[in-house]
Design a protein around this ligand. Sequence first.
Ligand code: S3P
Length: 225
Amino acid sequence: MCRAAEKRRANAMKRIKIIIPSVAFACFARHLKFEACVTGKIGLIHFMQSDRRIANLALIGFMGAGKTSVGRFAAEQLRFDYLDTDDLIVSRTGRSIAEIFKTDGEPAFRALECQTVAELTNRTKTVIATGGGLPVNPANLASLKTHALVVCLWASPEKIWERVKNQTHRPLLHDPDPQKKIRELLAAREQFYKQADVLVNTDIRSAREVAQQVVHQFRLATSSR
Ligand code: S3P
């Protein structure tokens, strides 16, 4: 965890009052002007302090959850810029993600990710799509929460496999049993994805529909501020 990010995390944690992972509080939350998003499989409500700064929209979620396509649609609707943390890393290093993993190893890639996220804190009006493993480092998520509404795009392992099976650019899925790898990684990461402010199930919706939901949540979160 990089030091600056650790400090930001501590500050962000101070600002977030309480997290209640239960759908039962939806009406109560709305009454209190907190945002709630209840999805088919997972309900999640994060209570946010009304003074939390929300200048951007950040999308987190597993590989194949639709962050890129949803992010582009959402940016179009909000008239925001769009950026992707993986693209920033590629343009900065001049190397592909697969190459970084192969030559320098995953920890080196994660350090680049952390550095990249830490540099986004002054952005405004930007939709930020993130790499699937980025929220596993709590400092990254805390950093995003200092300036963005964090929305997790959730997808089941089956749906993820359907979406990624014909793609070859993801080093973590270069595995003898990629479906098992997806299940394992998703299970290990679920706890981190659920730290998002809003969780949207993408299994049964098109990218455009998901983007509409995400934009709706963003507008709710930023109205009356
Ligand atoms: C990764 C996801 C990828 C990329 C890298 C590692 C992960 O991004 O950051 O291959 O750990 O889940 P996408 O989620 O955009 O595929």
